[in-house]
Design a binder for this molecule. Structure first.
Ligand SMILES: [Zn+2]
Length: 415
């Protein structure tokens, strides 16, 4: 349907990448742009300026999501959202999130320069706080109406600093719910992102076509024993909460390895009371996170982990309480988007494979709201959330080209 084939401008993409990486740059070669921090706000105003230079309509919503919109001639057309996030984890890498936002901007500029009028509007979006400095996927959850009124959920003593950060970014807490969009106005969402894991680097494929993003459940599993004198209490008579918790940690890894080879478990922290070398621990609280890309398997995993905690508590004559602290369901990508991305790779003669994302992304919130697709490019050695995070530049370019080709295929299908 297009006469002039759009081409991405690699020099412009590269200059934008370098300029953005300078904002919040750390001495180790990484980036510090925590959501709503001064560095994050500087990056947003830099991006808004790039949108203006590209003649896009600049918009931000009540959750601080920042957009640059290129409208087609039909005012009633739907919008294809393209984007990711500019915020980072503390001392994060230069590629996580930024590739998706800058790649989307480059695609829109290439389409403009080719003089194409697509059958849908294009909107480049930078979502607020993807990384969860305050609330993970804050912006995309607000846009899909999944944040509701509990935007401070789980923050306890960080509520006031969060409010202050929101106000600093011009976000009024009472207005956040108005960021919810009508899904009828959207054609879909596409996100280009680094893989942050090993599979593409291992197989040497250029592109990963994401079919699902893992679901994630977190718990506080607390073992309750009885404090006693460590010198005078026989080992056989003890009700040691930490001993029980340690037994649980060892066994839960075996359980997941043996029964869920595609699943992941992490025991990330343990707090012990009273926490003294001469007192038998009365309380040991373990934070547990499990992930799986298959809904049924994730549920089975959760059940088996809870049963194991109970079994071990019984063996040690202690009690256990299990407090769920977070739940992110498995997100399945749209079949139409998966096929369009695969077709784009085929058209460009780019090697690709289907895979699951083991990390969370804005596409996770978007997938139950509008047809969503995700394009992965390789991360060298799977390193991410680290200044050493690296993706070869030719892979970034290939990723942006596949994103552009996918947009053009969707235009063909919708036209
Ligand atoms: Zn990311």
């Amino acid at each position: 349907m297009y006469q002039t084939k759009p081409n991405i401008n690699i020099e412009r993409l590269s200059a934008n990448f370098d300029d953005l990486a300078d904002i919040g740059a750390t001495p180790e070669g990484g980036v510090n742009r925590l959501a709503l921090s001064h560095e994050d706000l500087e990056a947003r105003s830099w991006l808004a300026h790039q949108f203006e230079l590209a003649h896009l309509e600049v918009q931000d919503d009540e959750a601080g999501n920042l957009s640059g919109i290129w409208r087609c001639q039909n005012p009633d057309a739907k919008t294809l959202l393209l984007g990711s996030h500019l915020d980072t984890v503390p001392n994060g890498g230069r590629f996580d999130g930024s590739v998706g936002v800058l790649g989307a901007l480059e695609c829109v500029q290439a389409i403009q320069e080719a003089g194409l009028d697509l059958p849908f509007h294009l909107e480049v979006i930078d979502f607020t706080d993807e990384e969860g400095c305050w609330q993970s996927l804050f912006g995309s959850r607000a846009l899909t109406g999944n944040l509701k009124d509990n935007y401070t959920y789980g923050l306890t003593d960080r509520v006031a600093p969060f409010r202050a950060a929101l106000f600093r970014a011009g976000i009024r807490p009472q207005d956040i719910s108005h960021a919810k969009r009508d899904p009828e106005t959207l054609l879909g969402y596409l996100e280009l992102h680094i893989e942050q894991s090993y599979s593409l680097d291992d197989t040497k494929d250029d592109i990963g076509v994401v079919t699902a993003i893992v679901g994630r459940t977190t718990y506080q599993i607390t073992f309750h024993g009885e404090a006693a004198h460590s010198g005078t209490t026989r080992i056989s008579a003890r009700r040691d909460a930490l001993f029980g918790a340690s037994h649980f940690i060892i066994d839960v890894y075996d359980l997941v390895r043996e029964n869920f080879p595609d699943g992941v478990i992490n025991c990330g922290n343990i707090t012990v009371e009273p926490g003294s070398f001469n007192i038998i621990p009365s309380v040991a609280c373990v934070t547990v996170e499990c992930r799986h890309s298959n809904r049924e398997h994730l549920q089975q995993m959760e059940t088996m982990i809870q049963e194991l905690a109970q079994e071990i508590a019984d063996q040690h004559h202690i009690k256990v309480s299990i407090q769920p602290s977070g739940q992110m369901p498995v997100a399945v990508m749209s079949g139409q988007m998966v096929m369009a991305i695969e077709q784009a790779c085929q058209n460009l003669n780019v090697s690709n494979r289907r895979l699951h994302s083991l990390a969370g992304h804005d596409a996770q919130s978007m997938s139950s709201f509008t047809p969503t697709g995700m394009i992965f490019i390789p991360s060298v050695n799977g390193i991410s959330h680290n200044p050493k995070e690296f993706t070869h530049w030719h892979h970034v370019v290939t990723g942006v080209e596949v994103l552009l080709e996918t947009i053009l295929l969707l235009a063909d299908q919708s036209g």
